[in-house]
Design a protein around this ligand. Sequence first.
Ligand code: XBP
Ligand code: MG
Length: 232
Amino acid sequence: MHGIQALIFDVDGTLAETERDGHRPAFNAAFAELGVDWHWDETRYGELLAITGGKERMRHYAQRYDPDIAARPDLDTLIKRLHAAKTAHYVRLVGEGRLVLRPGVAELIAEARAAGIRLAIATTTSPENVSALLDASLAPGSSDWFEVIGAGDVVAAKKPAPDIYRWVLERLALPPGACLAIEDSENGLRAAVGAGLRCAVTVGEYTRGQDFSGAAAVFENLSGVSLAHLQP
Ligand code: XBP
Ligand code: MG
């Protein structure tokens, strides 16, 4: 049996707990900036995380809770503007150093690099959010350590669809059996497994209690987890 040739990391919830104190306040700041009378508290945001992708999440919220906004003829434009504003707020928050890597993430990445294991990212979030987070929390320029970064709208169907993992695998030119995905959520796990990957889960603050059956391993976090623990 060959060992792992590439690690494919999810970002939000996996590299760092970005949702409650990163994406959520960024959405709220965008709503205030554009005069939209929405505010997502921590509990409501936890429910909304079932919908992956910021634009998709706002559209869902409008349809479910704000029929007036959902009926606006310029809804698509409004969502695009809100999302651009949200991304700018998120990048600013992250740049202020508000979010830190979860335990063990930096160590596992360092071990993989030293062992010549290839690194990639498969995430629902926007590409600029990924580089901002890696620059601020891992090392400046560390997005270059990741050979393939699959992010945001490069695929139409977001997690739990397997498309983003298939997109990354194609660019790595590796079969799924040569890689391991690391995820924090049921949606992410379903996406990885759907692409034929083994997937380790690190349980996150918003994902505790989700269904992780089908995971190759489930950890509280990556502290003390090395490549040896992740091999098939
Ligand atoms: C992450 C997400 C993202 C972020 C927001 O899911 O659902 O939508 O909350 O990002 P995963 P954007 O960790 O499974 O990839 O606003 O940039 O879309
Ligand atoms: Mg995640």
